[in-house]
Ligand binder design. Structure first.
Ligand code: G6P
Length: 617
């Protein structure tokens, strides 16, 4: 959701903050702002709109301070206006605050503060928090000095908070200090050369340092240019654990591509290789994972899998369900994390619980993990973000290793989740009924997936032509069966996310029970029609659509014959193993959505109303 950055060191803070905000913009892009101390007072520059507007404003009125805080917003409380943008100042002007999260009891706090004479300029929960810090600061013993009073007033404020937060604050009376804290919203401390940074996301730090401390819930960090201390809300000291970010600046930059989504689509062969690296047994017949923290004996006890996730990751879970049930013959249930956490579903003692989350910070997925753990289940995470909250709180899991994904619409993280789901299916299947020979064949098929993906990517110009023909449509259907039904869902999600075209994903045969009513020459259908036992049935579905004048974009296996005249456009995918098919079939729907959005002039990497990582409920 929102992006947070703070800097303290020897250099001018504002340009470093602006640079960090540009890297964080994918987390939220309604408005942006920064605050720093200038001539003995806290100065805030903030604007509705993109970070570029803020950069321009700062360049016209440069701030010389060597510490400051910055924020890029995804609106929760209050509309997208300059006033609601962060940072917020306390009404006495002594504190500036940036915040990612939602303060649930802000209304009671606001009533209390209004009664004490505090005033408010915005509708945000953050401004309430900022004034509460000012309230506590005024009550602290002046003899303790501004530094201690600053830290303690933040600590006291946070003890009253219900909800989630990642915050960073400045205090006018402690001019070269920053206090930051987190609960459920991510926050990382970057430790540089005689400088420190705070960020909600590692991508904001990589330009300056690779050394980080991942802060935990309930921790407060107090920074000066020379040192930092971490304590808890209960004033206990915390010994920092240093980590290193393994990816580089280039991973988080566009290079020669026009959009991050395009870059990430074309990175998929490499991403898949990285997700597989070192994860096949020496005999080449099964998968192996270093971080599951479960023995083969533990697995043998499992008689059911439960997967929870949101968005594209949920679609990847549906594919995993298909493959685990098909190859390992174990029942699998998949739930939206946001539903699971309130559903109180009976799980059964021998259920193994998985969450899947690229970012490792999606709040609903995290809440599902916590709910499952609270009920005594072991939870494994499939996750792309080392150091993320989900990675830390799970009992074990599998990292995706695909580097940062910046485009809001997930692509390389999604296919990597498909790959890991396929590997989990293999791993469990080989513990049960799958033969050595079938295992070897499965492994070889997975190893060949990156090359097959390259072959589909080579058709990008052809897919772009198709996209141009249909970009003006206002409705789309995406149809698929079995393991490609979730890919149809994913295609529809991609298209609506980035091009704002209404799209629905459906099991091809189910289309007759409603969606067919939408069909006309203005509503194209993307039909995933690979060769196989259901090919003829899918062709029948195409006939039904065609009879109602619906244009057909067919994605089919090379050499499969869609009867002449039935499809208006054909995209071929290579013949492949069932475990690889969803990965290969995902590429055309990604490219189609991408090129349609480009054709319509949409802001592909920052689609309206969306954010990369949804850290509020
Ligand atoms: C957001 C993103 C999606 C992503 C979903 C889940 O909605 O726009 O691309 O699939 O969150 O994210 P996660 O980080 O948990 O995989």
């Amino acid at each position: 959701m929102c992006g947070i950055i703070a800097y303290i060191g020897k250099h001018r803070a504002a340009p470093i903050i602006v640079e960090g905000l540009k890297r964080l913009e994918y987390r939220g892009y309604d408005s942006a702002g920064l605050a720093a101390q200038q001539n003995g007072r806290l100065v805030v520059i903030k604007k509705a709109g993109r970070v570029d507007r803020l950069a321009q404003e700062e360049a016209e009125h440069p701030l010389s301070a060597t510490s400051g805080i910055g924020h890029t917003r995804w609106a929760t409380h209050g509309a997208v206006t300059d006033a609601n943008a962060h940072p917020h100042l306390s009404s006495d002007g002594k504190f500036a605050l940036i915040h990612n999260g939602v303060i649930e009891n802000y209304a009671q706090m606001k009533t209390f503060l209004l009664g004490k004479g505090f005033t408010f300029k915005s509708e945000t929960d953050t401004e309430v928090l900022c004034n509460l810090i000012a309230y506590h600061y005024a009550k602290e013993d002046a003899a303790a000095g501004p530094s201690v009073r600053f830290l303690e007033s933040v600590r006291k404020t946070l003890r009253h908070v219900e909800g989630t937060y990642g915050i960073a604050a400045l205090c006018v009376e402690a001019p070269n200090e920053i206090v930051a804290a987190r609960k459920a919203s991510p926050l990382i401390l970057g430790v540089g050369e005689a400088e420190y940074l705070i960020a909600s996301d590692a991508s904001a730090l990589v330009g300056r340092t690779q050394n980080v401390v991942y802060l935990k819930d309930g921790e407060i960090v107090h920074l000066t240019p020379k040192a930092f201390t971490i304590t808890t809300l209960d004033q206990a000291d915390v010994s920092p654990v240093m980590d290193r970010i393994t990816w580089s600046v280039a991973d988080a930059e566009l290079g020669t591509y026009e959009h991050f989504m395009e870059k990430e689509i074309f990175e998929q062969p490499l991403a898949l290789e990285n997700s597989m690296r070192g994860r096949f047994s020496e005999d080449g017949s099964t998968a192996q994972f270093g971080g599951l923290n479960l023995t083969a004996g533990d697995f043998a006890q499992v008689d059911r899998f439960m997967f929870c996730a949101c968005g594209s990751a949920w679609h990847a879970c549906l594919v995993a369900e298909h493959l685990i049930e098909r190859f390992a013959r174990l029942p699998v249930e998949v739930d939206y994390a946001s539903e699971f956490r309130y559903r109180n579903s009976p799980l059964g003692r021998s259920t193994l619980f998985f969450v899947m989350s690229q970012s490792g910070e999606t709040i609903d997925t995290l809440a599902a993990l916590r709910e499952a753990k609270r009920k005594g289940y072991r939870v494994l995470a499939i996750n792309n973000s080392v150091g993320s909250t989900i990675a830390r709180e799970s009992d074990g899991g599998i990292f995706q290793h695909v580097g940062p994904e910046i485009g809001v619409a997930s692509t390389k993280a999604f296919t990597s989740q498909l790959m890991i789901g396929a590997m989990v299916a293999l791993y469990v299947a080989r513990m049960r009924d799958m033969s050595f020979a079938d295992g070897v064949q499965y492994v070889n098929a997975l190893k060949g997936a990156p090359d097959l993906v390259r072959r589909v990517l080579a058709q990008a110009p052809h897919i772009r032509d198709i996209a141009r023909r249909y970009a003006a449509s206002s409705d789309f259907l995406f149809l698929g069966r079995l393991s490609l039904f979730p890919i149809a869902l994913e295609g529809a999600l991609k298209l609506k996310e980035i091009s704002y075209i209404h799209a629905e994903g459906y099991p091809a045969a189910e289309m007759k029970h409603g969606p067919i009513a939408l069909i006309s020459e203005k509503c194209p259908s993307v039909v995933l029609a690979p060769k196989g036992e259901l090919f003829n049935k899918i062709v029948s579905s195409i006939q039904e659509l065609k009879a109602r004048k619906g244009p057909i974009i067919a994605v089919t296996t090379e050499g499969s014959e869609i009867p002449a005249g039935l499809a208006d456009a054909v995209i071929s995918i290579p013949d492949c193993h069932e475990a690889v098919l969803p990965i290969v079939a995902a590429i055309p729907v990604q490219l189609l959505s991408y090129y349609i959005a480009v054709e319509r002039g949409c802001d592909v990497d920052k689609p309206r109303n969306l954010a990369k990582s949804v850290t509020v409920e």
